[in-house]
Design a protein around this ligand. Sequence first.
Ligand code: HAM
Length: 414
Amino acid sequence: MSIARINGFADMFEPESTAFTFMESQCRKIFPAYGFKEVRLPVLEYTDLFARSIGTETDVVQKEMYTFPDSKGKPTSLRPEATAGMMRAYIAASLHAREQVSRLYTFGPMFRHERPQKGRMRQFHQIDCELLGSSSPVADADVVSLLVHFVSSLGIGGLTLRMNSLGCASCRQTYRQALISHFEKHEAELCEDCRRRLHANPLRVLDCKKDRELPCMLDAPRLLDYNCPDCLEHYETVTGLLKDAGIAYVQDDRLVRGLDYYCRTTFELQSDAIGAQTAVAGGGRYDGLVKQLGGPDIPGIGFACGMERLALLLGERQLQRPDFFVVSLDPSCTAFAFKLAQSLRHAGLSGETGYGSSGMKSAMRQAGKSGARFAVIVGTDELSRGACAVKNMDQGTQEEVPADALATYIANKD
Ligand code: HAM
């Protein structure tokens, strides 16, 4: 009997695996251009780390973590996100003592026990970016512009950048009271979760997926109206810098994010082209988090992109088209064709070779299926001249090319 795959955990083949490789390589190119360095983190952490950072009243901590005891009975959880682990690692390595500003990124699998659907998995992948050690609004603008630069480098357009400011702890205290008084008047309309959270963490009510469209949600007090002058000035500087740099955004008064560690600037990148799961990336400032986890009082800001959702937007686009498909038309040509394919790869080109000799029709079918730009055909006539026939698979044109000029010929054609 075969063993089933766990629901919400995917095997990944082409084209998604190629999309992932492409995203990772773009990430490794663009993030260092902004001074970010790669960090690799464990996937399993003590549960306490997530409870103390993401917040005990959040859906992630209350309902979605994969938690089990270690051999001594201490609860451990598969990471539902990377920020908490990054903060733990930052504190443990005392990075703050070595550099004033740390710019860190990582990518890999995260785990949330949600109901799987298109763009929502139980094991999913994030590209995560964190900037620690600066409370300047320029740092916020730098991080948001990195996100926008990275996503546009993938060739993905049509996304909306939504922004809001949660204010600092003292603005939120006043806002919290205003929210409680507002929702107390509508308590009967709220779902069971929201009624329970109303007094413990009213911001989570605004984030409720079930109650989203209730009229009392739509006319709830606006966060920006409760930002203190300092927080407002910070936010206006961030948005001003983005506007000046030509980065468009939409002010979203209801953007509160689903995790408790945020303050001041928050943002999401959304798409309406991938079904119900619209958030492709999300992030914000989290100035109290390092301290809350036992480290020094270091401010921070970051974001994470959902790689499965970005891959959906990349779609079936052929990201790494092979350059060639080499085929031998006669057993006497096989060794020559094999050597030719090797020489092309050593010259930096990519492609496959047929494993037996075949007729012209079948050769063209195989070359077409491989997606190659050129079919390289070796028959007995070409072999006698030390050459091959090269067919441009897009234009249908064919030319004879000497074997020793083949790599240059393919490399120079678009
Ligand atoms: P988040 O909004 O919970 O933020 O997740 C970031 C992104 O991960 C989402 O926008 C979405 O694209 C993707 N994602 C989340 N859950 C799933 C899922 N079940 N299946 C597929 N994709 C998913 C965070 O995780 C924060 N740690 C971001 C951050 C970093 N804030 C500051 N630094």
